[in-house]
Design a protein around this ligand. Structure first.
Ligand code: ARG
Length: 462
């Protein structure tokens, strides 16, 4: 038994699709998320069809009203989606026919599902870029508040995860402000570049109807209509720019999440995460786990996956539209959902977390972290070449290591055994507070530099 052919495009078909064909072809299971965008696009198109005299005012009015009825049915969960109708575009149009009758059949004049889906998806991605922008601004503000609290708190700075030199807590927080600030500018760039309207490109070649593409572009908040109809229906680089900006942002989130996991461990105790963003263990009563940070770190996988996935879908496609492009949506939906969740979770964690000033300071001096300050002192005060100073300092570190103490705990006599000209004044640079305060080069870790950057960022965001 064969089903009857498709009411939307089945004129040349004698039989309906096989069940498997229907299953592989249908996108309604996921593209129903584009309902609001689809209806906004259709309403703009209907108004334009009337303004250009392609359809009557009364038909356009019926379409525009009917589309609102369909939208409220969908929003209120009263809409019955049909797999036989393939996708959101045909589901909406078929229902519109039931609601308003014959005028519904004129809505698809001068357009195609190809420009329709490109428009819907662009509108959806544009909303995500806006949501990512808001999420990033909130996260940056939370980081600025942390930086301000501890602008002059000292902590170890690491390279190779080995103690390197003391830095300030504020400086470390501000490093992430710079990273998320670049993510913010990537998101804004992507939005500015993508904001051209595909609607009116029709199937691929444009249309012979006297449509007004400026009008629909403007109605949908686009800066202008896309200038080449083949390109307009066949590229998804706007979604790829979103995914690549999302991937870089997720990578930044993941690095920070990794630090929070390390810092909240019993071995570090640099921060205490709030109960609101931690979980317990069902067997070990003492545990408080940084699950939100771990999940942020893990979610990066699916966001990278979406980026590579859609790149791969697109890379072999000849112009213009191919059905392969229907596979653009689920990956982008999933990446967007998880990026927004990760941004919000990170913002909450950062707002709530309590940096442990004493533990940070206690760790700041460990591991000979002021050895570079000592070498610099030998250069500055004794006029030693840096290479020689490096060598002398290395000998002092070895001496301290042998004695099992840190550099400031070596006596002056012990220092002078290594180099006779060292004086009492050297101890001034061996303290972690003096060390960070001395790093006044632009962008350095000195509290005064950090405060200047906090002030600059507040101005940028205001
Ligand atoms: N569901 C389709 C998609 O997501 C809509 C466009 C279909 N166009 C076509 N010529 N079959 O890409």
């Amino acid at each position: 038994m064969t089903k009857t052919s498709n009411a939307m495009w089945g004129g040349r078909f004698a039989a309906g699709p096989d069940a498997i064909m229907e299953a592989i072809n249908a996108s309604i299971g996921f593209d129903k998320r584009l309902a609001a965008q689809d209806i906004a696009g259709s309403r703009a198109h209907a108004a334009m069809l009337a303004a250009t005299g392609i359809v009557s005012d009364s038909d356009a009015e019926a379409m525009r009203e009917g589309l609102l009825t369909v939208l409220s049915e969908i929003e209120e969960g009263r809409f019955e989606f049909s797999t036989a109708l393939e996708d959101i575009h045909m589901n909406v149009e078929a229902r519109l026919k039931e609601v308003i009758g014959e005028p519904a059949g004129r809505l698809h004049t001068g357009r195609s599902r190809n420009d329709q889906v490109a428009t819907d998806f662009k509108l959806w991605v544009r909303d995500q870029l806006d949501a990512a922008e808001a999420g990033l601004v909130a996260l940056i503000q939370a980081l600025l508040a942390q930086a301000e609290t501890g602008a002059d708190w000292v902590m170890p700075g690491f390279t190779h995860l080995q103690t390197a030199q003391p830095v300030t807590w504020g400086h470390h927080m501000m490093a992430y402000v710079e990273m998320f600030g670049r993510d913010l500018s990537r998101v804004r760039d992507a939005r500015a570049r993508m904001n051209e309207c595909p609607l009116g490109a029709a199937a691929l070649a444009g249309t012979s109807f006297p449509i007004d593409r400026e009008m629909t572009a403007q109605a949908l908040g686009f800066d202008r209509p896309a200038a080449n109809s083949l390109d307009a229906v066949s590229d998804r680089d706007f979604a790829l720019e979103f995914l690549s900006a999302a991937s870089i942002c997720a990578m930044h989130l993941s690095r920070f999440a990794e630090e929070l996991v390390i810092w909240s461990s019993a071995q570090f105790r640099f921060v205490v995460l709030s109960d609101r963003f931690s979980t317990g263990s069902s067997i070990m009563p003492q545990k408080k786990n940084p699950d939100a940070a771990e999940l942020i770190r893990a979610k990066v996988g699916r966001i990278f996956g979406a980026n590579v996935g859609l790149m791969t879908v697109m890379k072999g496609l000849p112009l213009a539209y191919s059905k392969d492009m229907q596979e653009d949506k689920e990956q982008v939906f999933d990446a967007a959902d998880n990026l927004m969740l990760a941004l919000a979770a990170m913002e909450g964690m950062v707002r709530d977390m309590a940096p442990q000033r004493e533990a940070l300071e206690g760790a700041a001096g460990a591991g000979f972290s002021t050895a570079t300050d000592l070498a610099d002192w030998l250069v500055r005060v004794l006029g030693m070449p840096f290479r020689e100073a490096h060598h002398v300092t290395g000998a002092l570190v070895a001496k301290a290591e042998a004695k099992g103490c840190d550099l400031p705990e070596l006596s002056l006599a012990e220092m002078q055994e290594v180099h006779g000209e060292i004086t009492q004044a050297v101890y001034d640079v061996l303290g972690v507070h003096n060390s960070v305060a001395s790093r006044m080069s632009y962008g350095g870790t000195a509290p005064a530099q950090v405060r200047a950057q906090i002030a600059r960022w507040k101005e940028v965001l205001a």
